[in-house]
Ligand binder design. Structure first.
Ligand SMILES: [Zn+2]
Length: 158
């Protein structure tokens, strides 16, 4: 089983193991982001997205927001930690869903932590979530760039 991480709130680098399976109902909260991703990509996504509770995580993974989990290269799902999601602003939620879909659907497995001269991340495929400054000065004025570059191959060759 491969577990690919994802976006972390804090300085976390560890992976977590899924101990138990559960099949919660997909949440309507993801629909606007999924629809936007599909529109930009031109394909339907096949990866289900579920909320999980923080109690499902190992202690070491406190602060993890989401994960694209792949089993045997066939079965995939995205797990979003409900307690962390509830604390996130809209922009960050958008980034988290696009980031995880980039792992699971576009099969972009690497994280890209390079910065532009401005100090802004070159990609939403960063290891850590953008902080409030980055949301205001990097993400909001360049939202179209960030949401499109994952489809344009930028992150692959950086
Ligand atoms: Zn990631």
């Amino acid at each position: 089983m491969k577990i690919y991480f994802i976006i972390l709130l804090l300085s976390l680098t560890s992976c977590y193991t899924v101990h138990k399976w559960f099949a919660p109902a997909p949440s309507n909260e993801f629909i606007p982001f999924v629809n936007d991703f599909e529109r930009r990509w031109g394909h339907k996504i096949t990866t289900p997205i579920y909320f999980i509770n923080q109690s499902k995580l190992n202690k070491n993974d406190k602060g993890v927001v989401g994960a694209c989990i792949e089993f045997l290269g066939i079965i995939k799902e995205i797990q979003i930690v409900k307690e962390e999601w509830d604390k996130l602003p809209y922009d960050t939620r958008e980034i988290v869903i696009f980031h995880e879909l980039s792992h699971c659907e576009l099969r972009i497995w690497n994280h890209i932590d390079d910065r532009k001269k401005s100090g802004c991340p070159v990609s939403i495929m960063t290891t850590y979530l953008m902080n409030p400054w980055e949301l205001i000065y990097c993400y909001e004025p360049n939202r179209e760039y960030y949401l499109n570059e994952i489809f344009n191959g930028v992150v692959q060759w950086l």
